[in-house]
Design a protein around this ligand. Structure first.
Ligand SMILES: CC(C)(COP(=O)(O)OP(=O)(O)OC[C@H]1O[C@@H](n2cnc3c(N)ncnc32)[C@H](O)[C@@H]1OP(=O)(O)O)[C@@H](O)C(=O)NCCC(=O)NCCS
Length: 181
């Protein structure tokens, strides 16, 4: 059964152009790297991720973003060397425990090379292990990248309400081993 599959702390993977990345769950010590990553994003990517004009976050917000508990709040970070190049995150909804709000952001120079898909597959594996059966995302109508990311074969769109998409997670047993925190 999936719950008893072997888990890994981190994993090396290659994106489509052969670039190697390391994937692991976020840690409390990642604030500086995360801040550098967010600040390196184009204004457009920051806007699409945070749904507004964001130049910096408060200390409390940075702390929150790295204080994922690995169960109700999970963030998988992709690294090249000491640089974060992508983050996939979900936060379980308080009023619907089998559903989580999901978000992704990938460094501009690496977009459309499969990193978002790698992060998505890691999140799906972790979510299913924690009893989460669907992801919900706030997605701007024009955000084709995020829309495509959520229309993967491992997910079925159950609701598309324009700016909110909900997808159910496929139970098929062909996912990566979950990355432990
Ligand atoms: C959305 C985002 C995370 C996707 O990451 P990515 O690494 O580019 O995604 P992938 O390369 O794995 O591509 C996933 C799918 O989306 C498609 N796609 C990616 N960007 C696209 C774009 N701009 N327009 C159309 N399709 C796009 C890919 O072709 C691929 O489709 P396929 O699975 O049918 O082959 C990335 O574009 C990003 O960081 N955007 C800015 C932040 C954002 O919009 N976040 C979402 C809101 S939380």
């Amino acid at each position: 059964m999936f719950l008893f599959r072997r888990s890994a702390v981190s994993r090396k993977a290659r994106i489509r152009d052969g670039t190697r990345v390391t994937l692991r769950q976020v840690r409390g010590t990642d604030v500086a790297a995360l801040r550098a990553f967010v600040q390196s994003l184009s204004a457009e990517s920051r806007y699409l991720r945070f749904h507004g004009i964001v130049t910096d976050l408060s200390e409390a917000q940075w702390k929150y973003l790295v204080s994922a508990d690995g169960l109700d709040h999970v963030a998988v970070v992709a690294w090249i060397g000491r640089r974060i190049v992508g983050v996939g995150r979900y936060i379980r909804l308080e009023h619907a425990h089998d559903t989580a709000e999901v978000s992704f952001v990938v460094a501009d120079s690496l977009q459309r090379r499969g990193l978002g898909s790698l992060l998505r597959d890691e999140l799906v594996a972790l979510a299913l292990r924690s009893g989460i059966r669907s992801f919900r995302a706030e997605v701007m109508a024009a955000n084709q990248g995020m829309r495509r990311l959520l229309r993967a074969s491992s997910m079925n769109v159950v609701k598309d309400m324009g700016d909110t998409i909900e997808v159910s997670l496929d139970q098929a047993d062909s996912r990566p081993e979950p990355l432990v925190a």
